[in-house]
Design a protein around this ligand. Structure first.
Ligand code: 13P
Ligand code: SF4
Length: 325
């Protein structure tokens, strides 16, 4: 099938995706020596075309181990940047370069400088991986939602400035009370708006359901949770639990993997009345994945400024080291 026909077919509704598409994408990947990594929040049709699907930590860790010369990151910008930071010699492509994460920018240099001045050597700056390369370059170590508690508890310093997410930072503080965790006012606009009253309503409708929540949610929402964890953690918990009903308190994209992992188990998943969606992740569509595999360069290719890159890469390397301990 030629490129023009694929483009024509992809302009139609997703339900009409051509049956030949997976084989066509596989050929494009082979021609380009490319591997496709997708986050659980991107549209299901994109997840289905990926070689690997996972949470931010899994994707970053995995990116360092793959033999292909090109990595296509179906996710938001910071995920592609992390893959490039960890693999500077490889080509890293982002199907939709405009798919950014608003939280990645929610911290100012002044906050960093003020904390360093106040606490001196007894301060570590822990940076949620949902951050720009420049922000990472100001920090000491990166963390993700699946390893933030472990890494913060193992850092030798007693004061930790946690940026940019105040909700994940607050959750870490509750789990690591021996550390003085200083919060920054950043947040995920998709998790922050999950409404407590909608959660209470769905809990009342399904009193036997377990509540599984992502730590980017507010403290009042997390207080209602039976389990708090990253997207992978939530999926793993639901797949291995003996319970059969779950209220999922994170972006709805995880439903695809939840259904796949629990096929045949008769499990039910519920969301709040306004199911959380991430408009940034939704921008990563099948047609953009295909055209990025076809073009392979230009605006879809991640290029990083040298100076910030070296410092930012160190924070990710430190994360991998701490996580492996
Ligand atoms: P995890 O992939 O760490 O679960 O984080 C969710 C998220 O918001 C990614 O942008
Ligand atoms: Fe950013 Fe939130 Fe979307 Fe994740 S879900 S990419 S933190 S806006």
């Amino acid at each position: 099938m030629n490129h023009t026909r694929i483009k024509y077919l992809l302009d139609g509704p997703l339900a009409e995706l051509p049956a030949e598409l997976p084989a066509f994408v596989a050929r494009l990947k082979e021609d380009r020596d490319a591997v496709v990594l997708a986050h659980y929040y991107v549209p299901p049709a994109v997840q289905d075309l990926a070689d690997y699907v996972g949470d931010s930590f899994y994707l970053a860790k995995l990116a360092k181990t793959l033999p292909q010369s090109t990595i296509v990151l179906a996710g938001v910008e910071f995920m592609g940047e992390s893959a490039k930071l960890l693999n500077p010699q490889k080509t890293v492509l982002l199907p939709e370069p405009a798919a950014d994460c608003p939280m990645a920018h929610m911290v100012s240099r002044r906050t960093i400088d003020a904390a360093r001045e106040r606490f001196g050597d007894d301060l570590a700056i822990a940076c949620y991986v949902n951050s720009t390369v420049e922000v990472k370059s100001w920090c000491d170590v990166c963390v993700t939602s699946s390893n933030a508690v472990k890494i913060c508890s193992e850092l030798p310093q007693s004061n930790i400035l946690f940026i940019p997410d105040r909700n994940l930072g607050r959750y870490v503080a509750s789990q690591v009370p021996e550390k003085n965790i200083i919060l920054n006012p950043g947040f995920c606009p998709r998790h922050e708006v999950i409404a407590l009253d909608e959660l209470i309503d769905i809990k009342e409708a399904h009193p036997d359901a377990l509540v599984l929540a992502h730590p980017e949610c507010t403290a009042e929402v997390l207080a209602e949770a039976d389990y708090i964890g990253s997207t992978s953690g939530i999926i793993e918990y639901a797949a291995t639990s003996s319970a059969s009903k779950f209220i999922i308190v994170t972006v709805r994209g995880v439903l695809h993997e939840l259904k796949r992992r629990t096929a045949g188990q008769n499990k039910e998943f519920f969301f709040t009345k306004t199911p959380p969606t991430c408009i940034n992740m939704d921008m990563v569509t099948v047609d953009k994945l295909v055209s990025c595999l076809i073009t392979g360069s230009g605006e879809v290719e991640i290029q990083l400024d040298d100076e910030a890159r070296t410092r930012a890469a160190l924070t990710l390397d430190r994360m991998l080291e701490y996580a492996a301990r």
